[in-house]
Design a binder for this molecule. Sequence first.
Ligand code: PHE
Length: 449
Amino acid sequence: MHKNRFSRIGFILAAAGSAVGLGNIWKFPYITGDNGGGVFVLVYIATVFLIGMSIFIGEVLLGSSTNKNAVTTFETLAPKEKQYWKYTGFTFLTGLLILTFYCVVIAWIFNYIVMSVTALPTSFKESEEIFMSFLKEDIYTQFIYYTLTFIMVAYTISKGVKKGIEKLNNILMPSLIGILVILLIYSIQLDGFMKAVDFMFMPNFDKFHSSSIIVAVGHAFFTLSIGMVTILTYAASLDKNTNIVKASAIVVIMDTVIAIMAGLVIFSITFTAGQEPSKGPGLAFIILPAIFHEMGTIGIFLSLLFFIALAFAAITSAVSIIEPAVMYLVERRNVSRQKATYGVALFAYILGIFVLLSNTSAFSESLTFGSKNLFDWFDFISSAILLPFGGIMIAIFIGYVLDKEILRKAIVPYTGEVFYRIWLFSIKYLAPFAVFVLMLKESGIITLN
Ligand code: PHE
């Protein structure tokens, strides 16, 4: 076995580590709450499996067939007269934007880990005030945790695929799953559990709008880490002879199950406390901490477990966000892994300082452009535009440019002809169509209610 490559299980854990992140534990529950539950969850699951998984398999196929960085991968696989496809490899630049706001949120999580043991807010009102004053006034604490986050992420990446990424995921992913199982078992005996199950699985069309479908498509890309060659890059460090369809399916199922587990935990706790789940992004940082306080000693433990799980999930994703750029620099620009890591991390770190400051009252005015501050802009541009754009390019490349024999050889032996055809249909028609509609909506060309 190649010494700096993932083992098979190492790849699955690392890819799952990338996929499972803030998107699953923080974002999925609150967008489910905002979009009325049941129907949204169904649409989300359908999108993840019909569209998301096809592109995921596609990225794994591309990376594992060249074992090279993304730019080289597209260059190698594109026909001679279509070398411009290599630029698709540069979609890893999206990661630089994502990393900035991602690490700012990780800094908040660190603060809430500490708060769990020091002082949880005593009421919802106080909780909101605490969160807002932390966000807007406490530049110092945010900055310290933010810096710490970058040091941890860069250190892991600098150690390489085997000793850094694989090792980190081998520890954090099983711990994360263990914590979520404990939280779920606790939630099952809460009064609000059945209500949470109903909310997530009973179709309720009241709050569901056609725009909820768009939210589901956008989130499918974000949560599976597809559209910016992250999964492609991880797969480039995968040994040949892996059943890529099976490996992809395991990761996609893990990602979905963990999002649903997180939703059940959060909604059970929220309903038991008589609260509504449609509280937006503040669900995890404002509503939950106040409920945890009400619960007394057990609440402190739950709070600690919850925010540690969130931190573990987010750190393994953050690591995966910079690897594509680092691998490119190492292979194409002859830079050492250390230098590449610290270069990329430093760039994102500095950019992210502006993102962090854009939430603070001292700087928000100068860092707000139009309707959004820099934090919201970076989130919006990357999740709603750049990732879907990257995804569509990858789907078109696989569906229309790549030699069909390569595809057939990589898929059919593992799955048979029928699955291959369904997969190809999704890559050629379903995925590009869904993303196209999404982009029309985001650009304001069409409006949905
Ligand atoms: N999938 C991660 C999440 O759900 C985010 C992510 C996006 C990671 C793109 C890598 C690349 O939080």
